[in-house]
Design a binder for this molecule. Sequence first.
Ligand SMILES: Cc1cc2nc3c(=O)[nH]c(=O)nc-3n(C[C@H](O)[C@H](O)[C@H](O)COP(=O)(O)OP(=O)(O)OC[C@H]3O[C@@H](n4cnc5c(N)ncnc54)[C@H](O)[C@@H]3O)c2cc1C
Length: 492
Amino acid sequence: MDEAQRSHVDVLIVGAGISGIGAGYHLQTQCPEKSFVILEGLESFGGTWLVHKYPGIRSDSDLYTFGYRFKPWTGAPIATAAEILTYMEEVIDENDLDQHIRYQHWINTASWSSEDQRWTVTSVRKDTGEQVSMTANFLWMCQGYYKHKEGYTPDWDGFDDYKGQVIHPQVWPEDVDLGGKRVLVIGSGATAATVVPAIAGDCEHVTVLQRSPTYFMPARNENELADRLRKLEVDEKWIHEIVRKEILFNQEEFTRQAIEEPERVKGELIGAVKALLPDGYDVEKHFTPSYRPWQQRLAFVPDGDIFQGITAGKASMVTDQIDRFTPKGVRLKSGDSVEADIIITATGFDLCVLGDIDFTVDGKAVDFADTVTYRGMMFTGVPNMVWIFGYFRASWTLRVDLIGDFVCRLLKHMDAKGVRSVTPELLPEDVSMPLSGWIDPDNFNPNYLKRSMDKMPKRGDRPEWQHTQDYWQEKTDIPAVELDDPVFNYQS
Ligand SMILES: Cc1cc2nc3c(=O)[nH]c(=O)nc-3n(C[C@H](O)[C@H](O)[C@H](O)COP(=O)(O)OP(=O)(O)OC[C@H]3O[C@@H](n4cnc5c(N)ncnc54)[C@H](O)[C@@H]3O)c2cc1C
């Protein structure tokens, strides 16, 4: 059948970002008999890498592990959004995935019927306004974890009084002219670390205002092992595999050290930053975070570029809190003020649970906060659905490949059993386990998660009922999941 005509599919994948394209690849390769469609709200593929267009936009993970395990990465480890989009385009072309993708379809409802044992998904076409309805046996949710339409802006006093231009990096305007302007960047996370070096040369001056310092990890944007293997003319597939293994080994070691010896790791990270700043710079005030390394994502800084701007006097740091906005800039709690022609609010994004889609199961609305997650990918009481939510401390995409294998194994298992649905359910011994928020804040606590934890599914006190964020454990545990475990309730 012509893929574009189907109104029913075995698997409906939501989103054509790195997760959805990976899901399509795994499904096509491992379950070639399954029909599938990828519905995407935007006009093209890429998700995060299509949406974000701010100057300098790049990955903060290496592409050997942010890339899929099945498609070698051949460039420098840290990649621009454009390079990531090219890589994804090659995956789509090489595997003929385009025929399965329908763009400009914003999904707004998904309803499960136990009688029909299938989902009905409705979407609105952005180009025509038409309502489109489709049915699917299985939903594979690859819609990311934040609202794609706009970023998060705190509710600041006097915000409307400010007379200059305000830009959120998530919706960067095409025609912005920074030439000779005084720019204030609010926030010091990965986005600020990217934007500041990219714009500092154009502006009169860039001030970075942060409430509290962030950890930065300066390093050269190169991988010595990959370069050496390339010199030896080793096959790119081998290089990809070997370099992935080396990076993952080093990251596991670093994560263990960050947890077991946080003070030593903190000292090393701050020492590396200090070495790139002028003598006498107040590193204690501006670059010494109060949290442990890895409790929030580390901001990778290729070639220490943000520190070059500070050293050259083109950029400066202010560590303080906003009291209120004024017509010319911001007044700070310390009593100081910063004046600016343009303010860039690098204040992050708004978490969004499952694409803001209204889910129902047999006519009853699903509140995901009332569900418990099975390994951070399925939810109690929600049949035939898997969500890809990647890792924070390791590359997101590692989980795309792991869950890809899991879903394909599960679908084959269901066919072999002759069943049509699977729903994870708490076992009698699990029913009274203590429940808490999606992620343990002592383990990982970025602000966007803290702000919206109440909307997310709950976690239990044992690994199968948690998104542990531990790739190194999950790479053994997920392939070993016993699919006839009573936690899986199958129905014919
Ligand atoms: C600026 C930035 C940089 C990042 N850098 C890294 C990094 O270096 N390494 C790393 O591991 N992680 C990084 N992340 C996290 C990043 O989001 C993930 O790594 C990854 O790109 C997410 O891929 P995804 O396909 O799951 O989701 P997304 O990239 O968010 O794509 C989801 C897609 O689903 C579509 N969609 C959503 N809802 C609907 C709906 N209701 N109907 C139809 N379509 C819908 C969206 O339009 C989008 O195209 C970064 C995040 C940001 C914001």
